[in-house]
Write a protein that binds this ligand. Structure first.
Ligand code: SF4
Length: 320
């Protein structure tokens, strides 16, 4: 059995697992990718995975569950993690095996399971039933009205904001795990004061355990998606109340010593999102020179593509 995260085909599919990576919210998190890129119910202007190539609201199986479990098992043989996190390049609840997978992961590994979801399918009782099993659910709610919702997320035509809000309230009512609601803010899209007051009222009714204010920190799908300035986030933290956090940017405390093949590990991370060399060094606990040399080789080989965003150099998987 390989002890490396599985790389299926770097030009067409992401790794089934990636990391562990130091998540801004979860400590060391082993990411589990449930979809082929990029399958999503949304096509958000701020998406760090680029534009959605398969916009759908149809749930189906993507990979054999046992194959995912084997990949998780291999990754856990060499790293301790704080969370197993279902996310990846798209909306994980589109994978109809998610409930079965959460159940097996919890029994098999006894590590908390988190799900990061865009909330789009939470109006479905079947989806809610699957998510009730997770220890932590992080749903997104960024908009208070349908017009802003369609502008920010560009969702599949079947998806309506009012159903999402109703689904989140129903979910909260029965869910006994932790619910951290992410409010993703994009300058001039959903940061208008009047809109934020309405959003705060809705968030208050949903009653999440925490509210996480987030903004655009990685290269977005659309250049027009800009971050909300930090001082504005500080003001909004007060508006949303004492249970509100601004996602911290410092990841240093989660740094760990990496053991294994740097090339495989770097490919597993860049397959899911654009990262800087510094992100990679911190995520994997690798020396900066090792990361720089490996990225140089991967770029020369054509496996990885390099680009500039806001003065920083990012690396992403090269897809044809
Ligand atoms: S940000 Fe999330 S929900 Fe939005 S398009 Fe990207 S993967 Fe889908």
């Amino acid at each position: 059995m390989s002890t490396q995260p599985e790389i299926r085909s770097r030009k067409t599919e992401p790794a089934l697992v990636y990391g562990p990576v130091p998540s801004r919210r979860l400590g060391l998190s082993l990411g589990i990718n449930l979809l082929t890129p990029k399958t999503c119910t949304f096509n958000c202007v701020y998406c760090q995975c680029g534009r959605t190539t398969c916009l759908t609201a149809f749930r189906k199986s993507f990979f054999p569950v046992e194959k995912i479990i084997t990949a998780v098992n291999s990754a856990l043989m060499k790293s301790k993690v704080d969370y197993l996190t279902l996310s990846g390049s798209g909306e994980p609840t589109l994978n109809r095996d998610i409930g079965k997978l959460i159940s097996i992961l919890k029994k098999r590994f006894q590590i908390p399971v988190a799900v990061i979801t865009n909330s789009s399918l939470i109006s479905s009782p079947v989806v809610r039933e699957a998510l009730y099993q997770a220890d932590l659910v992080i749903p997104t709610l960024a908009c208070a009205d349908e017009k802003t919702f369609r502008r920010v997320h560009r969702p599949h035509p079947k998806i309506r904001l009012k159903n999402i809000i109703r689904g989140l309230k129903t979910f909260r009512h029965r869910y006994h795990g932790s619910l951290w609601l992410e409010v993703m803010l994009v300058k001039d899209f959903n940061d208008h004061p009047e809109h934020l007051f309405r959003l705060r009222r809705i968030v208050h009714h949903i009653q999440p355990d925490r509210v996480h204010l987030n903004t655009v920190v990685r290269p977005p799908a659309e250049p027009s998606a800009l971050p909300v300035p930090y001082d504005h986030l500080l003001q909004l933290q007060m508006l949303f109340g004492p249970q509100t956090d601004i996602i911290p940017s410092s990841l240093r405390k989660h740094q760990q010593q990496f053991r294994g093949n740097p090339k495989q590990a770097i490919l597993a991370v860049v397959a899911n999102r654009p990262v800087t060399g510094t992100d990679l060094a911190q995520a994997l606990g690798l020396p900066a020179e090792t990361v720089a040399q490996t990225l140089e080789h991967l770029t020369t080989e054509g496996a990885v593509r390099k680009f500039k965003f806001k003065g920083k150099t990012f690396f992403t998987i090269h897809r044809e």
